[in-house]
Design a protein around this ligand. Structure first.
Ligand code: 5GP
Length: 187
């Protein structure tokens, strides 16, 4: 049987559930090798591409599925990170917020900042006036993280809100992204 060489970015590979568990260590049937592009190459793919490409339709579906249970109050993966039940690389923490490295970084620096208490803030669109303090605190924490990471002169803060924006975890979070030249407009 002819074998194929599969070239992909690590980012796409990670997002493709069919390939998870096979990446790098296990060959796939009919595929002789998997070339992982350098992370910096993967990062060139804009998020819109990631969200709408055929290879990442799983992500779009996952975002839609996540939206279905957004208001259920069910714990998310971030609750486990806050409780330290699953490991994460924490870069900043205070009494109100936790900042840790994204498991699937889109830039050399990609940190998520979350409120330690969700308090109904599944997404920014659910914010009420009573959340104004924590929202300001999160934004200020983004600046502290940028300073700590050495990117304060050039970084981006992103909040994906809802399925159309590919939000996949319904616990409000800021993405702090930097460490390379970012493109505009975003995807
Ligand atoms: P969203 O798409 O909801 O705006 O962002 C969710 C982010 O959480 C994604 O960038 C995803 O990579 C990240 N993420 C999902 N699960 C985990 C995890 O278990 N650990 C860490 N560190 N990041 C995660």
């Amino acid at each position: 049987m002819a074998s194929t060489t599969l070239t992909t970015s690590f980012s796409l590979l990670w997002r493709c559930r069919a390939l998870r568990g096979h990446a790098i260590s296990k060959p796939l049937p009919g595929i002789s090798s998997i070339h992982i592009l350098r992370p910096s190459t993967a990062l060139l793919l804009p998020r819109r591409f990631m969200c709408h490409s055929a290879a990442s339709s799983n992500e779009e579906a996952a975002a839609k599925a996540a939206a279905d249970t957004a208001d259920s109050g069910a714990p998310t993966i971030f609750d486990k990170i806050i409780a330290k039940e699953i490991p994460s690389t924490i870069v900043y923490e205070d009494e109100k917020v936790l900042a840790f490295r994204d498991i699937n970084p889109q830039a050399p620096v990609h940190v998520l900042i979350i409120p330690k208490i969700r308090d109904g803030l599944t997404q920014l669109g659910k914010a009420e006036l009573r959340h104004a303090d924590i929202l300001g605190h999160l934004l200020f924490a983004a600046k502290l993280v940028a300073e700590k990471e050495g990117i304060v002169d050039g970084f981006r803060v992103v909040i994906n809100n809802g399925a159309e924006a590919c939000q996949s975890v319904y616990h409000l979070h800021l993405h702090v992204i930097g460490g390379r030249q970012l493109k505009w407009p975003p995807g």
